[in-house]
Design a protein around this ligand. Sequence first.
Ligand SMILES: C[S@@+](CC[C@H](N)C(=O)[O-])C[C@H]1O[C@@H](n2cnc3c(N)ncnc32)[C@H](O)[C@@H]1O
Length: 301
Amino acid sequence: MLTVTHLRQRILDSGAAAEVAHALGFTQADLSDVPDREVLTAFAQLSCDRPDLRARLHRHAFPDFGALGRYTGDTPLYHLEGGFGTAHEISRLADKHGLALESASAVLDFGCGTSRVLRFLVEFLPGPRYYGTEVFREVIDWGRATFPEITYLHHGPRPPLPLDATRFDVAYAYSIFSHLDEPVHLAWLNELRRAMRPGGLLIVTIQSDAARRRLREREFAQRLGVSRPAELCKQFDTEGFGFEACYDQKSLSDGGLDPQSFGITLIARSYIETKWAGFELLEHLPGAISDFQDWVVLRAV
Ligand SMILES: C[S@@+](CC[C@H](N)C(=O)[O-])C[C@H]1O[C@@H](n2cnc3c(N)ncnc32)[C@H](O)[C@@H]1O
């Protein structure tokens, strides 16, 4: 499982312990007593602010956030602090449900964006073959040039995945099923089921009751870009699934996306239990991500 101990060790190995301790206000370079949260924040912040330390703390280059981050909302701090936090949680959930990433043979990041999660997994939990898929050609090209140990697959806005015979032990999708309309998300779930081995784990985020509650705040709905929150929530309440194609249509089509199928999605647990064929629901953590998105763990059956 990925933990802050991996970061502590990297800091020690890179000879940056004194600088990190200094940034945290400690005089000695021993980080063992420093709380995890502070070590992670210092690791991320110093990686962003200090190119000299960045080169020692990381084995792979960072993306051009202005260019590539526009597709995924990536900023340097989100990439590092958020990427580590997400990688930690995915590895914890996989461990908990009996499929430690380190012992898997093939792991898929479906919709990997700028590889902010894969970055930590390939560096700290080597073992499986890691795969990343994306609709955005530019992030795939950048990923291939930056992480030679990852297999990248480019795909269209609808299935299939250009897969060989590989069947994944673990597949995860962060902030993907929170954005797709009903036919497209069901089609991708079906495709992911096809790509996984029976018994494999699928770990995804969704937006459900926590997001629905917060959409009542006008400011929150505006920040998300949802223009008709009442209609979205009503559809969710009656059908267990709500979708609004709320993003800028032109920039989505410029990026190769189908603008009518990508927006804000609400999915109820009962909908997952009845409509997500081929998967058994193992765990649901409502609002676990910033009181907004939920983690859902499923087993391919
Ligand atoms: C918010 S980003 C999440 C990126 C990444 N998982 C992360 O956490 O940084 C949303 C992702 O949705 C994916 N996406 C958009 N339209 C899609 C479609 N029609 N089918 C599959 N994936 C799509 C894109 O790959 C995009 O990277």
